[in-house]
Design a protein around this ligand. Sequence first.
Ligand code: SAM
Length: 298
Amino acid sequence: MVGPDEETVSWREVLLETQKQLVEAGQAGEDAAREARWIVEEASGFSSVSEFDGLVTVRGMSRHDAMLGRRLTGEPLQYVLGRWPFRTLDLMVDRRVLIPRPETELVAGLAILEIDRIASLHGTATKPLLVADLGTGSGAIGLSVAVERVGTRVWCTDASPDALAVARANCVGLGRPAERVMLTEGSWFEALPVDLLGELNVIASNPPYVSADDALPVEVADWEPHAALYASDRGTADVKTLIAGARDWLSPGGALVLEMAPSQTKPMSDLARSVGFVDVTVHQDLANRDRAVVARVQ
Ligand SMILES: C[S@@+](CC[C@H](N)C(=O)[O-])C[C@H]1O[C@@H](n2cnc3c(N)ncnc32)[C@H](O)[C@@H]1O
């Protein structure tokens, strides 16, 4: 491992050595420089290159070595760091939850657009808008909504108590917006209090949608929770459950916002129309692939 002598080794030298080791291990691919920087920033507590001329400390070096060692075994960088940015949030993440993805940032953005549309229809009414993030994982979508739109009350649910523990930790870190967040355990709509029937303005979800036949990168398949990834019925079982159940929980004018696989957007849009949703639209991710469906209630 790099630099045993904290009197003479700078973080800049450690950075170069870290990158070299990542490249040699073939672990980070083209991202080796970026990943080395994340690890060194986390270990050193420094966030600008000019600070990297400082000498390493024993404690910083041991943190660095532990993180690099884990990364070299193939563990995803996000779990190694224990946190990952999502929109305005810095979310705690570990193996109990899916690593929040950039495409889901767009899904949260679509939910916020629907909230703004509905708020504008309500005019100056001060009643909070009611939102559910079903299968919240780290809390990525629901906590973003709570932070970015103060006029909301948000139910974040998950069937996994382990995932909810992570969402709870992230919620506590929000400060005041946490007062508008409810965390409840249960399978999809079963986690919601019945008095929300017909009352929700927006339901958002990034459910499991990977088919058992799909080949996932090893880093995903070996490290991320399978209950967060795979769904039966060629990946569509949970999406179908959400589309079938959502109308009963949404209020007039409300919206369902769902992330799914590109190949699922067309059949799932058709399904949404067939159960009575209107204004059903498909939205693309950053790679221009169809990734999300928004369906509204008349
Ligand atoms: C793809 S992950 C999404 C996590 C988070 N919303 C995100 O976007 O990063 C799917 C989540 O759904 C949860 N889940 C799986 N089956 C569920 C069910 N039957 N009811 C509720 N949540 C479920 C998993 O535990 C997991 O946290």
